[in-house]
Write a new protein. Sequence first.
Length: 68
Amino acid sequence: MRMRRILGPALAAATLAGISAVGAVGAAAASSPNMTRDECTAAGGQVTARPYAGYVCALPDGTTQSIT
């Protein structure tokens, strides 16, 4: 019985810590990621210039990402 009292809060804290870590990673991934030219070409993308907007990487799946 005493073991349950100790393990219950410990497991709850560990679960909440895991959820918050996953949330932080998801938030970082949801923000606008920037790539380098080398990362773009390694991913099979093509670096293109946009007037007044700089360079972007056009990836094979149809998405674009900013080039740093």
